[in-house]
Write a protein that binds this ligand. Structure first.
Ligand code: LMR
Length: 329
């Protein structure tokens, strides 16, 4: 029995007090799809610890990782109905409901991690979260993972032509689909927890993801070629069921917010490091060949993908697009 102080006059815990505390304990079920050692998995753990500590055990976060409770196909409904209290899907997975989130999927929009932070913490993040203000999934903050890299089965992907007649797995974002199609690839939307199997049976030949996801889910076993393309960013929107949130006493809301702010800070400081560590571990497996784009190759990708900006401007909106382009400069 740890974490909060329930004691009688002698300073000992009593069974009745403990039982009462447990009876009243509020549980937040937090479901996510990735490994516990990935940036998101580790941050959810951190958040759970902080919530327990700060609320002195009045609120407990039960974590369901690896898509064991809900996955990409059903977590949106689960958070809406309150079958789960919290999820943190990739922002790209909100695209079917809130298309403006696709601004974050634009290829080569973020030159570095600082630019991502500006987007998440600045006007872009505010506007996107504002789009959800009437939704029963209430957005609380953004979490970081890292830049996406390309993995492929048959050969290294270096020039745009290398994508021709290939088949890639994507998240459900039209911008991401368009990104692959503009390079000559076809795509299928597949939930994260089905990627491994689909690579194994060769239904898809490749996918894009952060190294932490590629390493912890062992995609490299069926993907002998990795290209560090840094063409897009993978980050998350942390969501809580609004009815649940609003029913919480104000002091607990405040403590949960504090825990989240600390966990988010931890996430921002550790996401890069975790991906770096997993990059070294991936190289040590010896199972995949690592490639980097030359500046000329990167330029070719950018040139080929440039029309995507004009194509999605009507969906993303002029204001948001302008904000994003300012960050890119
Ligand atoms: C993916 O589906 O590739 C990612 O969104 C998984 C994740 O949550 O990092």
């Amino acid at each position: 029995f740890i974490g909060f102080d329930v004691s009688d006059s002698t300073g000992n815990h009593t069974y009745d007090d403990e039982q009462e505390m447990l009876d009243e304990q509020i549980v937040i079920r937090f479901s996510h799809v990735v490994a516990e050692t990935s940036p998101k998995g580790a941050t959810v753990r951190k958040f759970a610890e902080l919530v327990y500590e700060k609320t002195e055990g009045k609120v407990k976060v039960d974590v369901f990782p690896n898509g064991v409770l809900y996955n990409d196909n059903n977590e949106w409904e689960a958070i809406q109905s309150g079958s789960v209290e919290m999820i943190a899907p990739a922002s790209s997975k909100l695209a079917p409901y809130y298309p403006r989130f696709q601004v974050l999927d634009l290829p080569f929009i973020f030159p570095n991690d600082q630019a991502v932070r500006e987007a998440y913490e600045g006007k872009i993040g505010q506007q996107l979260m504002g789009d959800m203000k009437h939704d029963n999934a209430k957005p609380l903050t953004f979490w970081y993972n890292g830049f996406k890299q390309i993995t492929y089965r048959k050969h290294p992907i270096l020039n745009p032509e290398d994508f021709e007649r290939t088949h890639f797995r994507t998240m459900p974002s039209e911008v991401i689909k368009e990104q692959f199609q503009m390079m000559g690839a076809s795509t299928s939307v597949i939930p994260f927890n089905k990627i491994y199997r689909n690579l194994e049976v060769q239904f898809v030949d490749g996918q894009e993801n952060t190294i932490s996801n590629i390493y912890t889910k062992k995609f490299y076993k069926h993907q002998p070629y990795v290209t560090f393309s840094q063409h897009g960013y993978l980050g998350y929107v942390v969501l809580i069921n609004r009815d649940f949130w609003e029913a919480l006493p104000e002091d607990l809301q405040m403590k949960i917010r504090e825990a989240l702010a600390e966990a988010t800070d931890w996430n921002r400081r550790h996401a890069i490091e975790i991906n770096d560590r997993h990059t070294r571990a991936l190289k040590r497996t010896g199972q995949t060949e690592v490639h980097f784009l030359t500046p000329e190759q990167r330029e070719e990708w950018e040139k080929q993908l440039e029309p995507i900006y004009a194509k999605f401007k009507p969906i993303i909106g002029e204001g948001l697009m302008e904000e994003a382009l300012n960050i890119r400069e």
